[in-house]
Design a protein around this ligand. Structure first.
Ligand code: ADP
Ligand code: MG
Length: 227
């Protein structure tokens, strides 16, 4: 096995009496695409939320590049290079498509995002160019000045992927990245994710669509919540 980017050890999470995660152990190898599959309610999103610091597990550790992330704030984990793209797109509907991608890029550069960053245009030309390039890469180049809120559901998912990619993550976590997409858009996203894989970025994807799993994944895990 190659270098382990993410090591999940004995992670347990209960919600009241509900055993959402039971002794999850998982090693994620550098440069690979690792798919986590399972039925609705199996705990897949919970596991990603634990990894990115949105939820604290009852026990267990999550080591990212050798450092335990448990107890760290989501923004600290994000800054360490672990970026999650959500199952339900979290975008800014009233801003343009381009501004949506510039926000995480500016936050990554400055450690914080200030809305007045949009008014100091010249100073952010490089960030704007990066954002445009990322959007073009994902086939959204013709929509950069549109309102993000008016995009189709599939395009919103691609926008969120752009918001993740522009941060140049070391580890990208995708929660059903093709959910709500047509077959055509799904195939396009598979091609994009394959292209990104060639750049050596490690990815974990949660999937319900076996066509996507078998097209992309190097490793497949089925967490068993019944333990
Ligand atoms: P999946 O992503 O595999 O569909 P989830 O991780 O979303 O599953 O949910 C696993 C189980 O935990 C489900 O039964 C869900 O209802 C429950 N659950 C998830 N988040 C919470 C929460 N914040 N509070 C209480 N129960 C939750
Ligand atoms: Mg889920």
């Amino acid at each position: 096995m190659g270098n382990i980017v993410l090591g999940i050890k004995d992670v347990n999470k209960n919600f009241g009496g509900l055993h959402a995660l039971g002794d999850i152990n998982l090693d994620i190898e550098e440069g690979k695409i690792h798919a986590i599959i399972g039925p609705n309610g199996a705990g897949k999103s919970t596991l990603l939320n634990v990894c990115i610091g949105r939820l604290e597990p009852d026990s267990g550790t999550v080591e990212f590049e050798g450092k335990n992330m448990i107890g760290m704030a989501p923004y600290e984990i994000n800054h360490a290079g672990m970026v999650r793209v959500f199952q339900t797109p979290e975008i800014f509907p009233d801003l343009s498509v381009l501004q949506n991608v510039m926000i995480p890029a500016l936050a990554k550069r400055d450690g914080v995002f200030r809305f007045n960053a949009f008014s100091s245009m010249g100073a952010n030309r490089d960030i704007e160019e990066q954002a445009i390039h990322t959007l073009e890469d994902l086939g959204l180049g013709s929509q950069i000045h549109d309102h993000a809120g008016s995009m189709s559901r599939g395009d919103k998912r691609r926008l969120e992927l752009a918001m993740g990619l522009v941060q140049h993550p070391r580890l990208l976590l995708l929660d059903e990245p093709t959910g709500g997409m047509s077959r055509h858009d799904t195939n396009r996203t598979i091609d994009l994710l394959k292209k990104i894989k060639e750049r050596g970025m490690t990815k974990i994807t949660i999937e319900h669509d076996m066509h996507v799993v078998f097209s992309l994944a190097d490793r497949i895990t089925l967490p068993d919540a019944s333990q």
